[in-house]
Structure formats: structure tokens, C-alpha cells
Design a binder for this molecule. Structure first.
Ligand SMILES: Nc1ncnc2c1ncn2[C@@H]1O[C@H](COP(=O)(O)OP(=O)(O)OP(=O)(O)O)[C@@H](O)[C@H]1O
Length: 232
């Protein structure tokens, strides 16, 4: 589904991403971990064609993401708040994103109903601008908007950060459900080793731009990661 070849990014002579080859299959849940500055967000930004690689390329369904817009129709993403339109209310923002996917009011109602628990009564119908929401609630808006249009692929940067424990558990269940029932390909970067190993069937660990570990998640993965980071 997503393939990376000879991908690198260099800033001022420092290589911050260097991934010779990596493939993410359709329906895979792919977890990306690594300390601050490891290159996770830079990697995701290159997948989304938000920054230009220094070398190499990313393909989605075998087409270079820099060469067409086709992948944008089946790819949802939420990397940070800059993906939102913060002078809108969540309702207005969902209507806007929904209009891009030709959602009818009925479609929208049905779609949003799935997230009632996640929203916890704080998002819909509150007449609050997105910029005035808490960081966690902004994140909920961004993640839910990224799921609109039933994407085939979703990229989420730190989806669990800023969420309260109850919401983290709800989000985990939503992500697992979408992977199961919508065959969603998920790319998730996270510092939360517990959550990411629970949600993702594959874990890639980056350090200073390089892939240091690429494993299928099993019962010892969490321990291995904890050991890796504690010995770092
Ligand atoms: N526009 C830029 N100009 C210069 N350096 C940059 C730029 N963007 C990112 N970097 C550097 O690239 C490296 C990788 O950053 P990146 O944000 O991808 O790491 P990360 O793994 O997502 O980190 P974190 O876990 O802190 O979010 C860092 O050293 C960062 O300072």
C-alpha cells in the first residue's frame, strides 16, 4: 500500500530521516516509536507530501505521492492542530470536511453518532471555536475528521497524547474497530509504548533518522521496547 525507497531528509547537513526501504501492507496497523527528534513526524510529513524528501520517494498504491493527488481521496491524517480550521466550531468543521466527502446531513449524523462516547458531550453543539477547546478535545476533532470519508489509510501523530485515560481507552477501541471492520491501514506514531503495542501489529523503532527495529508485535515486544529505551 505504502512503499518507501531510499528516503532521506537532510536539514543543514544533518540527515534526520534515512530509510532505504520500507513497505506497509494494506490493512496493516503500523506503529512508529522513537525518542524526541528521531524523525517520526518528518517521515509522516514526507508520506503526506508536506515536505520534500532530499532523496528517494514514497508511493501509495504504487504511485509517487508527489506526482498525483489521487491518494488524498483515500488517506486521512491528523498530525497536529495546524490540520484544523480553528476559527470554526467543531460542527462547522465537520460540515466542511463532510462536504468534501459529499456527506448528506443524514450521513453526518450517522457518522458522528459513532463517536458520541469519545466526544463525552464536549464537542458537538457547544458553539465553541476549535481554538478555544482543550488540547485533548482539539485532538478528538482532528482524529474524527481524519476518519471521515471512510479512508483506506490513516496517519496519526501522537494520537494518545493530551487525552485523558478514559478517552485513550475509547480511542484504542475505535482504532481497533476501524482496522477490523473497515480494513483501515493505520500509521501511528506514539511515545506511549503500551498503547502503540496494543493497537499495532507491527512496530518500527527509529533513532536519529534510522530504523533500528522492525518487528511484528508479540507478547515480548513491549518489554523489548522498554529495555531499548531504558538502556538508551
Ligand atoms: N524545518 C526543519 N528545519 C530544521 N530541522 C528540522 C526541521 N524539521 C525537523 N527538523 C529536525 O529533524 C529532526 C527530526 O524531527 P521530527 O520532528 O521528525 O522528530 P520526531 O521523532 O517526530 O520527534 P518528537 O517525538 O519530538 O515529535 C529533529 O532534530 C528536528 O529538529
Amino acid at each position: 500500500m505504502i512503499d518507501v525507497k531510499e528516503l532521506s531528509k537532510t536539514y543543514k547537513g544533518v540527515e534526520v530521516v534515512n530509510i532505504p526501504e520500507l513497505s506497509i501492507g494494506k490493512g496493516q496497523s503500523f506503529g512508529l516509536v522513537g525518542n524526541n527528534g528521531a524523525g517520526k513526524t518528518t517521515f509522516f510529513r514526507m508520506i503526506l507530501d508536506l515536505i520534500r524528501p532530499t532523496t528517494g520517494y514514497v508511493t501509495s498504491k504504487e504511485v509517487d505521492v508527489r506526482k498525483t493527488e489521487d491518494w488524498k481521496y483515500y488517506t486521512g491524517s491528523f498530525l497536529d492542530e495546524s490540520f484544523l480550521i480553528d476559527y470554526l466550531t467543531p460542527d462547522e468543521y465537520f460540515d466542511f470536511v463532510g462536504s468534501l466527502h459529499n456527506y448528506s446531513p443524514g450521513d453526518m449524523k450517522e457518522f458522528l453518532e459513532q463517536f458520541e462516547q469519545l466526544f463525552n458531550g464536549e464537542i458537538i453543539g457547544k458553539k465553541k471555536y476549535i481554538r478555544d477547546l482543550s488540547k485533548g478535545n482539539q485532538k478528538k476533532v482532528g482524529i474524527v475528521a481524519a476518519l471521515m470519508g471512510n479512508p483506506e489509510v490513516i496517519l496519526l501523530d501522537e494520537p494518545f497524547a493530551n487525552l485523558d485515560p478514559t478517552t485513550q481507552i475509547r480511542l484504542k477501541n475505535i482504532l481497533k474497530d476501524w482496522k477490523e471492520n473497515h480494513q483501515l491501514t493505520m500509521l501511528i506514531s506514539s511515545h506511549d509504548l503500551n498503547h502503540v503495542t496494543e493497537v499495532c501489529e507491527r512496530i518500527v523503532l527509529m533513532e536519529k533518522g534510522d530504523v533500528k527495529m522492525d518487528v511484528e508485535t508479540n507478547e515480548s515486544t513491549l518489554k523489548e521496547l522498554e529495555n531499548y529505551f531504558s538502556d538508551y
